[in-house]
Design a protein. Sequence first.
Length: 406
Amino acid sequence: MALEQYDLVLTGGRVIDPSQSLDGYYDVAIQGNTIAAIAPQLPPHNAQQTLSVEGQMICPGLIDLHVHVYEWVTDFGLWADDVGVQAGVTTVVDQGSCGPLTFLGFKANIVSHSQTDVRCFPSVNLAGALKGGMGAPVLHSPEMVDLEALAQMAAEHPDIVRGFKVHGESGALSRWGTQVIELARQAADAAGLPLYVHTGELFAVVEANRPSPEQVIDYVLPHLRPGDLLAHCYSCRPDGLLGDRPTPSPALIEAVEAGVRLDLGHGINFSFAIARRMMASGLLPFTISSDVHGDFAIPHNDATLDYSLCGALSKLVALGMDLETAIAAVTYHPAQVLQAETDIGTLKVGSRADITVLEQIDGPWTCRDATGETLMAPQRFSPAWVVRAGALVQPSRRLVRDLAVV
């Protein structure tokens, strides 16, 4: 009887695959760009390459649901592969950097030239977020929303366009009320796609119209549906999901129970204190994402980036999130958001061979949040290997500075 032929076999690792409720030691075989077999011990076979990952974790390829990678069109974008396969991530989702007028450039220059699987939630405005931080709010006005253009973009590029990005924060509300959110709702419903809603003050506020911080979320929630996402769920901004409240608002809890999803979106406003209060109330992120981007003050500069997806994962585990739940939040759950869970975010036989191998580094790790608070974690999880569509990659980890061994 002929032996099975594989291109690559990973052996000796602890497999954690929440999509199959797997947590144990398995061999994983790859043929072409597909998962060919997974078993505690593969039967006799031939393999062009066998890689021992003993002492490491084999996970479905990590998915970062919030990145900014439209470099040289936006002034704060990063190279997709630097925060993708070179950071242990097989799929990245750009949030709002492009819009209908700039999407084709994003597809031609970023999606088509990256080893990483790149998808996006375009901004509901025509141009996207060309300027980082609080710059150019005029781009995000109701006059910049074209429902017909959004529908056409989503219909013609369903493999890349997986939702729409909109802002639900004090600056936008002080300028346009909920007009842009209402238009975004129409666009998402027409396309059958979710909304991803930025929270936490971003745009310059018209002070005469500033909403009270605790009311901001009340303006946003009525426009959300099950499957939509609220970004930056553990943000320290006063108008964030928690803000200065001791506990989350009943309306937020009800929305999450009804199916609205929370995304971490670590970024530059992540707070341990907010995380502890939200987690104590049972509000965990459905997805863990990084919101990696360049410096808002100096265009095209990544020198200030000091967080990563694997770092965010490590922080959530340090705060008490169960490891398997955290892995689900960077694999199976974002795949569900993308409506791609049969292909990515899983190690099921027949799915695409996107895999992340994580090294658990035991020993004290001092991590920080945006407020300067430090947390001593007992361990951290660093990317050791990536398999992207069957191709083995050893990540450079250039932008995984937060996990560097010092």
